[in-house]
Design a protein around this ligand. Structure first.
Ligand SMILES: Cc1cc2nc3c(=O)[nH]c(=O)nc-3n(C[C@H](O)[C@H](O)[C@H](O)COP(=O)(O)OP(=O)(O)OC[C@H]3O[C@@H](n4cnc5c(N)ncnc54)[C@H](O)[C@@H]3O)c2cc1C
Length: 447
């Protein structure tokens, strides 16, 4: 008899993982703690509950990375996409859904599947034996989080994300910014030039602080504590503590010489650090923030060198349980130390409904293949799912790992011969054309 797959968490990721594995012929036990044990954000006992917005974001599969993820999930027979399309609401180019009808439909389909059984109740410990997927999401229950922490070490499990904005490297004005690590620290030239630096004069700094203080901010949700204050203050909170605080913190100008104007001493410097192995993304160091998205873009574009910045993702601070996947997981999303356990969904350090569901899709397929006696290689990293899994299991910098949305900065750049397109929109079309071809081949190899 085929061995069972156990999945903890019937959210976006766990629901998709259960569907994929069951459709591959593997019996699944889906463990869900709601409604017996709740979270501050979930309202129902249904699977795949959307806790906040009712949107799966852009549905443009030609020029948008999340739209491409929709396309790939649908191509792979994804339940989440099928139900989202069945229950879609008019929303322009976005895929918005009737959230209640959507999660009820996912619940009904999973409960009706002959190979899926549901075990109600909280799982409080990482299991020792059998095949498991942990998909317990950003609000993983306390007991299970303790058990995960005991296995991974405290430094590899975070309870808050503190995301600094991430900028596409190509959109940084290198006639203003220069490459240098503070005090030229590092053994190799690469290390000595690891950071990008954006200099500010005194008037520019003062105007920046004024804009920060005036910007619209988001409030914490009920149940989100302010524990984060220990380690990673939002920049606007630092600015509120005193106008000079940032200049003595993340924006200190010491140990740096402007390569374009060596004789000019900057009043403050904003540093950016490489965010992925490809070098296509840089994060703004220490700039975690609770400013609203619209305000962030305009405030950050006041930084010299970032006037035309394109953001792969904006900053934020949220209650979010996630593991340090680049160090803990292999490319099969298995825990290196406990290979009978896979992780999927937001707990792996992807961010958002769609990204989480897509990692559930992969984990479900990979676990099913393993139970049936083979290894399923991840999709090529020219695809949206491949780019995401590559990022979390190795492409991201482990030391500064923070949750990530899908975006074209995670994709390997187009080769000149295959792309050669100049405009951004055409380039994005080049990415999605390549991804669709490669994803279709990856799927075909499994049939
Ligand atoms: C307040 C808040 C607002 C958000 N807003 C948005 C948004 O607007 N747009 C967006 O795209 N994303 C948003 N997110 C992120 C979104 O919730 C996740 O991306 C997505 O739900 C993750 O899917 P998941 O399956 O990994 O986790 P979830 O969907 O959270 O599913 C995890 C499941 O595991 C269950 N569970 C937890 N612990 C246990 C246990 N020990 N035993 C058994 N079951 C357990 C939970 O009850 C839950 O059903 C938000 C998150 C939060 C917390």
């Amino acid at each position: 008899m085929t061995q069972e797959l156990h999945i903890i968490g019937g959210g976006l990721a766990g629901s998709e993982a259960a569907w994929q594995a069951a459709e591959a012929g593997v019996p699944v036990v889906l463990h869900e703690m709601r409604p017996q044990v709740g979270t501050f954000a979930h309202q129902t006992g249904n699977f795949a509950e959307m806790v906040c917005s009712n949107s799966f974001r852009s549905d443009d599969d030609e020029r948008n990375a999340v739209g491409l993820l929709h396309w790939e999930m649908a191509a792979a027979g994804g339940l989440i996409m099928e139900m989202a399309r069945q229950h879609r609401l008019p929303a322009g180019g976005a895929l918005a859904v009737d959230r209640e009808a959507f999660s009820q439909a996912v619940t009904d389909r999973l409960r009706a599947h002959p190979l899926i059984s549901v075990a109600e109740g909280e799982v409080t410990e990482l299991p020792r034996d059998g095949h498991w997927i942990v998909a317990t999401g950003p609000l993983t229950s306390g007991a299970l989080a303790d058990s995960i922490r005991a296995e991974t070490g405290a430094e590899s499990l975070a309870f808050f994300d503190a995301i600094a904005p991430i900028v596409y490297t190509e959109s940084i004005d290198m006639s203003v910014a220069w490459r240098q690590s503070r005090y030229d620290k590092g053994e190799t030239e690469e290390e000595q030039k690891a950071y990008l630096n954006c200099p500010m004069t005194k008037p520019q700094y003062e105007a920046f602080i004024d804009a920060l203080l005036a910007a619209d901010k988001t409030e914490f949700h009920d149940g989100e504590t302010a524990k984060y204050f220990d380690g990673c203050l939002p920049i606007e909170v630092m600015a509120e503590r005193g106008r000079e605080t940032l200049r003595h913190g993340p924006m200190k100008p010491v140990g740096l010489t402007n390569a374009h104007k060596p004789e000019e001493k900057a009043y403050a410097v904003v540093q950016l650090r490489r965010d992925n192995a490809l070098g296509t993304l840089y994060n703004i160091v220490g700039f975690q923030t609770k400013m609203k998205y619209g305000a962030q873009a305009s405030v950050f574009r006041m930084i010299p060198g970032l006037e035309n910045a394109s953001f792969a993702r904006l900053g934020g601070i949220h209650r979010n349980t996630f593991i340090n996947s680049p160090t803990l997981l292999d490319v099969q999303m298995r825990m290196r130390a406990r290979p009978n356990i896979r992780f999927a969904g937001q707990i792996t350090g992807v961010e958002g409904y769609v990204e989480s569901a897509s990692m559930g899709l992969l984990a479900g397929r990979m676990a099913a293949a393993e139970i049936k006696g083979s290894d399923l290689p991840p999709p090529p990293f020219t695809t949206a799912m491949g780019a995401l899994i590559n990022h979390i299991t190795g492409g991201a910098e482990a030391k500064t790992f923070q949750p990530m949305n899908v975006n074209f900065g995670l994709f390997p750049p187009l080769e000149e011969a295959r792309g050669g397109r100049k405009g951004r929109k055409d380039r994005y079309k080049g990415y999605t054309d390549r991804a669709k071809e490669d994803f279709a081949q990856w799927l075909a190899a499994q049939s």
